[in-house]
Design a protein around this ligand. Structure first.
Ligand code: SF4
Length: 847
């Protein structure tokens, strides 16, 4: 019994790792063992059951709760676990399968008092709340549970927020992105937090984990300090790894930690939220006076950080105002769920609002207040006209996306949240990051995640279908709000606030999401584009002109970034299709913006929605699940088409800043240079640089760009640079095949990859180490596409010509090719997938 468990415990201990959580079969073995324990085994088995089972609605938790419920009822006996013990242990399971037996136990005299005490500390009770309310009319202990929830004892029984915290600094200079915390190359280990954490900092701050360990061994708590912390992807795993190294164990939750302190000169907004949600303490402060090994005191009362001699080294601001409550509650999401329970309990008891929690004074609209487009869309999702910046709100989540490298963690969070059915209108899971070259851990995910999501009424894509956004964008409803566990979840219609997997799970499970409405920056394009200039050049124009106007710096130290944490609102491209619009919203991730909205014309959006309805109908026909959810979304799209009116911003809306870009001033392509998406230069400044690899793919691309690249590359022989071609979806790939473009790509020796993220993610196929690459993908952080690579980012048209030349072409060379091969055929090349006009089509090339 449990031999394999103890074997892996030994093996993992050798690698400095705790054992895995128990599997359902192992939990069964533990329970059986507890019924008739061998001499000397009872305490060990009990400890395993108490501490090594994942909580919530994990399958192991189901077995544990089922057995404890039987013991609590007296149906099963154990010399090691009494009926009261069983109730107490059920009480340590956070929520989920344990709640029903605890509520039932309120009516069993022997264990009712213990059950009441247990329930008072649980906030994840969902529908069982109503049962307790009903029971409270006749059962005094049920009433005491309700009163306890109303009094917020679940919150007050936890340690108060400290007045001071003494910490020892571990500092990394410059920018630390989420890939530095959670390297893409180690993506398959992400669900195993302690193992994955071993890869933290391996290239960015090698040896750092040992330094942190040493500081902790000395008895200090650690403050992780950086100039710019957490840019890049919205990886919960980045936060998981960091908390594992600097945080504290969570009672009764195996292999997870919280309560780590992160101090940054800048902390990327998604990462900031993820730390809040993980029960950590993110703090913004000037960190220039701190270095590794410094002992600092966070003096919250005085609002300063002090050095070892008590001197002030920096100001300290607690923001948002609820941060102390969040930390005390074990995380922002726990606080929100608990506060909701308290509010409901008070309402049920006829009590007024609780004065327990920090209240947020939301900004009040003035007479005739004007709202921006984003403020109005979020306002509608909150049931008000508009939401001003700084407002703490909880918009309804209409669409939520999850991709495969974060999906398993989202699934774990859903289990912890005891979610058995999504409350968000549509939840979609993709497999774009791992499908082409799956490792064994990925294969398991491809098999287990679809049924997990579909069982909760989510829509599951299939491995090989393509990039999450190129699908999810086609399932979105206009003027609605959503989120996703990928930092590029930035809908072309409506608005999305991407988030870490914990918040994504929360949004999916509860159907709303906490949001501190950011300020908006308006980017207004005017004039018309010059011939040969592409939308990608307009994308690159945003950082290019922002730098010129002093609103953005490329230098990391004391980096200035006007867009950081703001909503980017773009005007001047109203005629774009949904596919094209995404190129602009997608790139707002590289600006570290919280979200992006684009003003579009109603007729363009209506065409997009009609096309999307045809796509969803085809998905149902081809067996995609959950068909009910897709049908519901089709009905919602049709409703919108009945009255296709889009929200418009108020003319007198106020913005943090306005960046005007004259399209006529862009006279040559703009290219993001190695290795910073903000370091944009005109083509002439980089022409002639030799390039060995070219990547045409990622969610930044759509079918038109592949046609353009195909035209440029057709009959030009084998190019000196290796060409990677990866259409974003299988529908794009199928159409390109039907039109003969795959034959062109084959003739040039191009490497055509399975639709998906491919090189953009860099966790599977990689370009050659030390090469220079020209890519159409989103970002060019160090090592993302390959080790020690230099990566330029620009349009597919420029990428194709760069491949042909083996170096970046001159402006004249580029313009000549565009005039000869692309611009005369623009109408044919830049046609987008309009599924409603495709007759009897199939999603893939082969039916
Ligand atoms: S293509 Fe790149 S940016 Fe887009 S979802 Fe995939 S990895 Fe992320």
């Amino acid at each position: 019994m449990l031999d394999s468990y103890f074997e892996q415990e030994k093996e993992r201990a050798k690698a400095g790792l705790p054992p895995f959580a128990l599997t359902p079969a192992e939990v069964e073995d533990v329970c059986l063992g507890l019924e008739q324990p061998e001499p000397g085994q009872a305490a060990g088995l009990r400890s395993l059951l108490e501490n090594r089972v994942s909580p919530g609605v994990d399958p192991s938790a189901k077995v544990k709760a089922g057995w404890l419920a039987s013991v609590a009822k007296g149906n099963v006996e154990s010399p090691a676990v009494s009926r009261e013990d069983a109730v107490r242990m059920l009480g340590s399971m956070l929520g989920g399968y344990n709640v029903e037996p605890l509520v039932e136990a309120l009516s069993d005299k022997t264990i009712a008092a213990a059950a009441a005490e247990a329930l008072k500390k649980i906030v994840l009770v969902y529908g069982h709340f109503e049962t307790v309310v009903k029971l409270s009319l006749t059962n005094p202990l049920a009433k005491s549970v309700l009163e306890s929830w109303a009094a917020g004892e679940w919150f007050l029984s936890r340690p108060e927020f400290p007045a001071k915290l003494v910490l020892k600094v571990f500092k990394v200079d410059g920018e630390i992105n989420t890939d530095d915390f959670s390297p893409a190359g180690h993506a398959p280990t992400r669900p195993d937090i302690p193992l994955h954490a071993q890869s933290m900092g391996q290239t960015r701050f090698p040896g750092g984990n040992e330094v942190i360990k040493k500081i902790r061994a000395e008895g200090h708590r650690v403050a992780f300090v950086g100039d710019v912390v957490g840019t890049g992807s919205s990886r919960k795993s980045a936060c998981n790894s960091l908390m594992w190294h600097i945080g504290e164990d969570i009672p009764f939750v195996p292999n997870k930690r919280r309560a780590g302190v992160v101090i940054g000169g800048l902390i990327a907004p998604i990462f900031f939220n993820t730390v809040e949600d993980s029960g950590g303490l993110p703090l913004l402060a000037d960190v220039t006076g701190m270095k590794t090994g410094d002992v600092i005191t966070l003096d919250f009362a005085a609002g300063v950080i002090r050095g070892a001699a008590g001197e002030e080294i920096s100001k300290l601001e607690i923001k948002p105002a609820t941060l102390k409550d969040e930390f005390r509650a074990g995380g922002r999401l726990s606080l929100i769920i608990g506060r909701q329970l308290t509010a409901k309990a008070r309402q049920a008891l006829g009590l007024g609002e609780a004065a327990l929690f920090t209240t947020v004074e939301n900004p009040r609209p003035k007479q005739g207040q004007g709202y921006t487009l984003a403020q109005k869309i979020v306002g509608r999702a909150c049931g008000v006209e508009g939401v001003l910046p700084g407002t703490a709100c909880e918009p309804h989540m209409t669409t939520v996306g999850s991709q495969d490298t974060t999906g398993p963690m989202t699934a774990d969070e859903l289990k912890e949240l005891a979610c058995l059915e999504f409350q968000a209108d549509l939840f979609m899971q993709s497999f774009c990051h791992t499908a082409p070259y799956p490792k064994s851990a990925d294969v398991k995910v491809h098999k287990t995640l679809p049924p997990f999501m579909v069982a909760r009424k989510g829509v599951s894509l299939r491995p090989g279908d393509g990039v999450i956004h190129s699908w999810l964008n086609r399932l979105v409803l206009p003027d609605t709000v959503g989120t996703g566990g990928d930092s590029h979840t930035r809908f072309p219609i409506g608005i999305s606030f991407p988030a870490g997997s914990g918040l994504v799970a929360f949004a999916g499970a509860l159907g709303f999401m906490p949001l501190d409405m950011p300020e908006s920056v308006l980017v207004r394009f005017k004039g018309t584009m010059n011939p040969g200039i592409t939308l990608r050049d307009a994308v690159n124009a945003i950082p290019y002109f922002a730098v010129k106007q002093g609103l953005l710096t490329v230098e990391k130290k004391n980096k200035k970034n006007l867009f950081n944490g703001c909503v980017l609102e773009i005007e001047g491209f109203e005629d774009l299709t949904g596919d094209q619009a995404y190129e602009l919203t997608d790139a707002s991730a590289e600006r570290s913006a919280a979200a992006c909205v684009l003003a579009l014309k109603e007729e363009r959006v209506a065409e997009y929605i009609k096309s999307n309805v045809a796509l969803m109908e085809k998905m149902i026909e081809e067996g995609y699940q959950s068909a009910d959810t897709l049908r519901r979304r089709i009905a919602a799209c049709r409703d919108w088409l009945e009255n296709p009116i889009l929200i418009k911003r108020d003319p007198h809306a106020e913005y943090k800043a306005v960046l005007e870009i004259d399209l006529a001033a862009i006279t040559e392509p703009l290219v993001a240079c190695p290795n910073d998406p903000d370091d944009v230069r005109p083509l002439a400044a980089v022409a002639g640089d030799p390039v060995q690899e070219v990547f045409i793919g990622s969610c930044m691309t759509n079918i038109g760009q592949f046609r353009a690249a195909g035209r440029i590359l057709d009959k030009a022989g084998i190019p000196p640079a290796r060409v990677w071609i990866t259409p974003p979806t299988k529908m794009d790939a199928a159409q390109l095949m039907r039109e003969g473009y795959y034959a062109i790509f084959a003739a040039l020796g191009g490497r055509t990859e399975m639709p998906g993220c491919s090189l953009c993610m860099g966790n599977q196929a990689r370009v050659g180490a030390g090469t220079t690459v020209f890519a159409t993908s989103t970002r060019n952080f160090d090592h993302r596409l390959g080790d020690n690579t230099r990566v330029y980012l620009g349009s597919a048209e420029l990428a194709a010509l760069t491949a042909l030349k083996g170096k970046i072409p001159t402006v004249d060379e580029y313009m000549a090719v565009m005039k000869a091969k692309v611009l005369p055929y623009a109408g044919e090349i830049y046609r987008y997938l309009e599924f409603h006009k495709m007759g009897d089509f199939s999603l893939g090339y082969v039916r």
